[in-house]
Design a protein around this ligand. Structure first.
Ligand code: FES
Length: 106
């Protein structure tokens, strides 16, 4: 298991055990992280699973794909190092990663 810390917009922190191979969104939903809505179920269509990745962890992530970038462009209030958690497969390199959540997902 890989541990990722989610920080909600109100500052609440949650250390979430994430299974390698699943998506970061799936792990957040399984842990009832309320700031991750994931309305489209992980199909890269809704943009309601956004996270802001701590600068130190950007190198642990796969590059952003064209579809993910297009979905992110539809969202209001962009943030630093924004990614869609449904497009981030959990890997061992993400152990200890910190992500922040937006005030609202839509
Ligand atoms: S769950 Fe819809 S874009 Fe990630």
């Amino acid at each position: 298991m890989v541990t990722v810390t989610f920080i909600e917009a109100d500052g609440a922190r949650f250390d979430v055990a994430c299974a390698e191979g699943g998506s970061l969104m799936e792990a957040a939903r399984a842990a009832d992280i309320r700031g991750i809505l994931a309305d489209c179920g992980g199909n890269c269509a809704c943009g309601t699973c956004r996270v802001f990745v701590d600068e130190n962890w950007l190198g642990a992530l796969a590059p952003i794909a064209e579809l993910e970038a297009a979905t992110l462009e539809m969202r209001d209030e962009p943030g630093p190092n924004e990614r869609l958690s449904c497009q981030l497969p959990v890997t061992a390199a993400m152990d200890g990663m910190v992500v922040r959540l937006p005030k609202r997902q839509f």
